[in-house]
Design a protein around this ligand. Structure first.
Ligand code: IMP
Ligand code: MG
Length: 180
């Protein structure tokens, strides 16, 4: 895409593909005999979840949740609202939360607390991206795709005002961020 707002590529298509395959193998071996329920956090995680699931050689099940964080466009406040809840009951399930990116970690901390209260057999997190040094809470991630510098990124599910999610790589965003 010829767009001046698309900056330096942070993770290219090949790196994504390779790392997702590795994560899939790890999950396949870690969850052998206790297939996970993958819980995708919409919308950002949809592309990662789709690729990751195909790299897991187990009878996984899927569910999705949509949340919105209150705060500015680039900073979350930790106050999270559930826009779409899960369809499935988590009781005694091996739940693996699939997230696009962990920045402050506040969204994930909320999700973890919320899902843990539903009595899953286990609860772990797989995040594609972890921004270095910005966590205000210990994110406690079982699987991390890439650690990246703390800049705003787009692509592979990540957006600015709903755009750029379909870029097949992760790039820095160079442009004005909408104020929420
Ligand atoms: P946290 O609560 O600060 O960890 O923010 C996590 C959420 O903010 C993610 O699930 C994303 O939806 C969004 N987010 C954080 N950083 C970025 C970014 O660099 N690009 C796009 N979305 C982001
Ligand atoms: Mg998100």
């Amino acid at each position: 895409m010829n767009d001046p707002h698309i900056g330096r590529v942070v993770v290219d298509q090949e790196e994504l593909q390779q790392r997702v395959a590795e994560l899939g193998k790890e999950i396949t071996s870690d969850y052998s005999g206790r297939p996970p329920l993958l819980v995708g956090v919409l919308k950002g995680a949809f592309m990662f979840m789709s690729d990751l699931a195909r790299a897991v050689d187990l009878p996984v099940e899927f569910d999705f949740m949509a949340v919105s964080s209150y705060g500015s466009a680039t900073r979350t406040s930790g106050v999270v609202r559930i826009l779409k809840d899960l369809d499935l009951d988590l009781t005694d399930r091996h739940v693996l939360i699939v997230e696009d990116i962990v920045d402050s970690g506040l969204t994930l901390a909320y999700l973890r607390r919320n899902l843990a209260a539903r009595h899953p057999a286990s609860l772990e997190v797989c995040a594609l991206l972890l921004k270095d040094g910005l966590q205000r809470v210990d994110p406690d991630l079982r699987y991390v795709g890439f650690r990246i510098p703390p800049t705003f990124v787009i692509g592979y599910g990540l957006d600015v005002a709903e755009r750029y999610r379909n870029l097949p790589y992760v790039a820095e965003y160079r442009g004005p961020l909408p104020q929420a």
